[in-house]
Design a protein around this ligand. Sequence first.
Ligand code: ADP
Ligand code: MG
Length: 250
Amino acid sequence: MIAVSQLTKSFGSTSVLRGVDLIQAAGTVTALIGPSGCGKSTFLRCINRLETPDGGTIHLEGEQVTSERGESTRTDETRRQHARSRTGMVFQSFNLFPHLTVLENILEAPLRVQHRSRPEVEAEAIQLLRKVGLENRRDFYPSALSGGQQQRVAIARALATKPALLLMDEPTSALDPEMREEVLRVIRALSDEGMTMMIVTHEMELARMAADEVVFFDGGRIAESGPPDAFFSAPRLDRTRDFLRSLGSR
Ligand code: ADP
Ligand code: MG
């Protein structure tokens, strides 16, 4: 589903990604963990081309979404559009459109970006709301919802364009424990259904219950990775152990 090779990205003189390699199969879930500021968000933003990487390549469903040196702006734009249209993104802070109802939030991209027919998209949106347990909130505005409900709407909205890959950047970090549970349940269900996801998280519970692979970012590279059981019970590197200990004590 996704193949990243030697990805690099700097902001001015700050080198944030220093050669990231990652392969992820369709239907699997990768949890990205690592200290604050190590480039996790930048990595997700490169994959959906909200950021333009400096070097390396990203292939999504076999199609390259990063440009080659010397390529035209137009070719790059085509690649960027592909990355944008085949991925969905869920942010820590929900980022729903405040002036649109729940249903309108979900319809926005399928109607305006994908130019699909309203009856078809609306039927799907209602299915998605049912899936996240919010079919009775379709006409509410985001401000009338709890954080957990807003995040579940954000997940439904991200799924509405039928992405091949769902990217989540700390989807439960802004939530109280109770609301965290309801969002975790939705993520777990998506994982069970075989949705391909890449999730940045500090929650070991989330990684354990939903991820096939845990990837530890450190210093702009992937320092260590493995299946959750092995990764959490027997990390190979001292710095992984130190990081996991710091999470446990938060
Ligand atoms: P993480 O998500 O792991 O906490 P980020 O990817 O957000 O890390 O940030 C990695 C580094 O890149 C940080 O030092 C951050 O300040 C810097 N950074 C991120 N985005 C930008 C930007 N648009 N301009 C300048 N620096 C940025
Ligand atoms: Mg981040």
